[in-house]
Structure formats: C-alpha cells, structure tokens
Design a protein around this ligand. Structure first.
Ligand code: ASP
Length: 452
C-alpha cells in the first residue's frame, strides 16, 4: 500500500489511512509513505537557500517543518509511550536537516549527496510519525529503512534501481524489521547506492518504490492511494467531464504516464509487469470508489481511445541537414547529441534531410542547438504543447484519425506521430490552445460513452 503526500497531509488524512490499513491486516501489508504534501517542495526550497539564502531563512524554514510535524504528533498521538519517541524522532531528523543545510550554506557548496539527504527527510519524518501512530492505535507495525533495500546506481538524484539487489534485499529487510508484526512501514522515494550512501529516485518516486517492493515480495497487488479516484480519461484539472477508467493495461498506463498523465510515476509499471502484479489506483478520501486496476492486457481490456494526456511545455527542433552526409550518418549524429546531454526525445518525424524532434525544455537547449548547428540548420519552435490520445489499438481503429483531427480543423497541428505500439497518437499544437483543444477532443472522444 502506497500513500502519497495528500493521503498523509494532515491528522484527519492519517486517521483515514489507519482504517484502510486495518482493513488489510490479514494480508500483512507493506506500507510505503511519501512526505506530507508540500514538504518535499519545501526541502527543495531549502536546498536553494543553501546556495542563495541566509542562515536565518534556513533556520526559519526548518523550524516551520519541525512545527508542522510536531503538531501532527500532538494531534495524532496522546499516549506518552508513543508520542515522546515520535517527538524525539522529529527533533532528531530536523536537527540533522538544520545541521546539513547550515553547513552547506557556510561552505557555499551543496553536493548532490547532501541534497539527496536533505530531500529524503520528508519521507523519514512522515514514516516515523505514522509508524508510532499506528502502534499507538494497536496496529503492530514495524519500521524499515528503505535505504537498506532500494539499491540504485550512483546517479544520486535520480538513481537507477538495481532490480536484482532489490529483489534479494527487500524480503530480508522486511523480515528483519518485523517477523511478528501485522504490517511494515517504509519510505518512498528514498534509496541508497551499493555502498549505502544516500540516493533518491527522483520526483514522484514513491510509486516506483511501492511497485519495486511489490515485485520483490511477490505481492498479491500493489495499491497506490492518492487523491483522485483512479486514472481518468484526462486530467480533471484541465478538462471538464472526465471519468475514471475501471481497467487499463500495463502498456496503456505506461504510455499515459510517459506522455504526461500525472497519476503515476512513469517507471511504476515496469516492476509490476515483471511479476504480473495488478496495480490499483485508489482514492484515500473516497475509498469506496473502485478506482482503476492496471493489469496485463487481455480480453478484459477494451480497444479504443482511453485517455488524452498532454505535455504542456514542449519545444520542437527542426533539423535540416546542410552537409552532404547520408541519411543514416545524419540521424546518427543527431541522436548522439541528444544522448550526450541525456535529453529524452518524445516525438520524432524524419524525412531524408530533415528531422523534427519534440522535447521538454530542461535547460540544455542552447548547448544542443550549438552542437547541432555544426552540421545542420536549426529552427526552434517554442511555446508548444503535445497531446497524446492513448488506448489499445487506437491507431488501427477505423475513423480514429478523422475523429481526432476532424474536430480540430480550426487549429494548427505541427507534428503527428503514432507510436509503434499502436496505442498512441500524438501531435503538437500551440501551447496557448492546449486547454481549448483538450476539451474539444475529450467531448469528441468520450461524450455519450458508457463506462469503460
Ligand atoms: N515526496 C517525493 C516528491 O514529492 C516523492 C513522492 O511523493 O513520490 O516528489
């Protein structure tokens, strides 16, 4: 069971998840928690302050983080045998946090390792408090440190998991933590390299932690508890009238996450696929809603458009070959450069002497353009967005292209691409038309439909 930041945001939210955990005690759940909502953002701000802020600002921010967690302890736990150790936990973690950030500020240097330690504190705080709280509520819960079992390479701020190491250390660590307990709680997002030094999985990585733990213990299912009732036909914050999907395939979910849907971390699906473990996306504020089950493709998964996702901040780079090199050599050089800067390319359309590529702006654009300009003419188009219509066999369904693009005749479409998987039709538009187009398309594809 993984609980995201909004599911543990405040005392009422934590009381709600106690009920959910209690209902599943027969299954000895492994519980993964995120930091309280907003805390990881605050910790990233703290890292900024280490470089550009003052000691006073750092101390103030740490004390507001300490206060929020202390209040949580006081509101949740009344018995001193549980509240006192919880207060000590908060004091200790916040003390370390202050020490780390003040030292970095003094030195004027924040290493990735120190940053990883700072941004991990949110998960250590939430997991320690919830651990004490559950025990105070007579749910015998053991505490496990994710750094002992989620092992990554040395990419410190976005570690790549070593699945073999994880498969062997998770069961041992959970067993060691609590042989005779009803549940074990650990942190999402937090990891370590093979020498035990702190790393993290990258923003939103707690989902990924949960599915890796699920994989390693051959869980019956992986429950991701969040603040929406499952995966929707589109982002409800942008589109009116979205509805929750009852079943989608692993491939559809992976494609949705990759192409901008915000419900799951994009890597979450992979560990579940390895062991064929269903993932349920559920709403902790509305636990009676059935949510979405993500599972292996089968007859239970219907064909057709399931969702519209988008990426809001896209750049299109048009690259025209100027030198007389063959197409293969030209494409090779282009991709070499994107590889060198670790910039993932989203959509690609090629002709003999021209490649158009979309990417999310991550600040490396100038260097890339400079290198490409060595052998090609470059035209960059800013302020674009990318929309993807995703669903099983969506590219093969007769009339699908007409349905999508027929409804958008009044708009400029820059690039169209259909994924090789057959489950994705993507295209690029002007960013200022994004919401309009998403709503038109959603109406066109999903209005008057029954439930999926
Ligand atoms: N707390 C981390 C974040 O906000 C990880 C997570 O919640 O998944 O990115």
């Amino acid at each position: 069971m993984k609980f995201g930041g909004t599911s543990v945001a405040d005392p009422p939210a934590v009381r709600r998840i106690r009920g959910l955990i209690r209902d599943r005690l027969g299954k000895r759940p492994a519980i993964v928690v995120s930091a309280l909502s907003g805390v990881t953002d605050a910790l990233y701000r703290l890292c900024e302050m280490c470089m550009n802020g003052s000691e006073r600002e750092i101390t103030e921010l740490v004390s507001s983080i300490r206060d929020r967690h202390m209040n949580m302890v006081h509101e949740l736990i009344s018995a001193p045998e549980y509240s006192l150790p919880a207060e000590e936990d908060v004091e200790k973690i916040c003390g370390e946090l202050e020490l780390l950030s003040l030292s970095a500020c003094h030195l004027g240097e924040l290493s990735d390792r120190t940053k990883a330690k700072i941004i991990s504190c949110g998960e250590y705080l939430s997991s320690r408090i919830i651990h004490r709280y559950l025990n105070a509520e007579r749910i015998r819960t053991a505490f496990a440190d994710a750094r002992k079992m989620i092992i990554t390479d040395d990419e410190i701020l976005k570690g790549n998991p070593d699945m073999d190491a994880i498969c062997s250390s998770v069961p041992a660590t959970l067993r060691e933590a609590g042989e005779d307990c009803d549940a074990v709680i650990t942190q999402g997002f937090v990891s370590s390299d093979s020498h035990g030094h702190a790393t993290v999985l990258g923003r939103g990585g707690s989902d990924y932690t949960a599915s890796m733990i699920g994989m390693a213990i051959n869980a019956e299912e992986i429950e991701i508890w969040t603040d929406v009732d499952g995966v929707h036909t589109s982002d409800p914050r942008k589109v009116k009238g979205t509805r929750s999907l009852s079943h989608i395939s692993f491939e559809e979910a992976a494609e949705m996450a990759h192409f901008g849907a915000k419900v799951l971390h994009p890597s979450t699906i992979e560990p579940a696929i390895r062991k064929n473990i269903p993932i349920k996306v559920l709403n902790s504020m509305k636990p009676e809603a059935s949510g979405t089950t993500i599972l292996q493709d089968s007859y239970a998964i219907s064909s057709g458009a399931k969702s519209i996702s988008c990426k809001e901040n896209i750049i299109v780079i048009n690259i025209f070959s100027t030198k007389m090199i063959n197409t293969f050599g030209f494409l090779n050089k282009v991709f070499e450069i994107f590889g060198k800067y670790h910039v993932p390319v989203d959509l690609i359309s090629t002709s003999e002497a021209n490649v158009s590529i979309t990417l999310e702006n991550n600040g490396k654009l100038d260097e890339i353009v400079r290198e490409l300009s060595g052998f090609a003419e470059i035209r960059v188009e800013n302020d674009k967005a990318q929309i993807s219509v995703i669903g099983k066999e969506v590219t093969n369904i007769k009339g699908m292209f007409r349905k999508i693009f027929g409804s958008l005749l009044d708009y400029k479409i820059y690039m169209i691409s259909q994924g090789a998987s057959g489950i994705n039709i993507s295209f690029v538009i002007d960013r200022n038309k994004l919401h309009e187009i998403m709503n038109i398309l959603h109406k066109e594809l999903f209005e008057n439909e029954g439930s999926n």
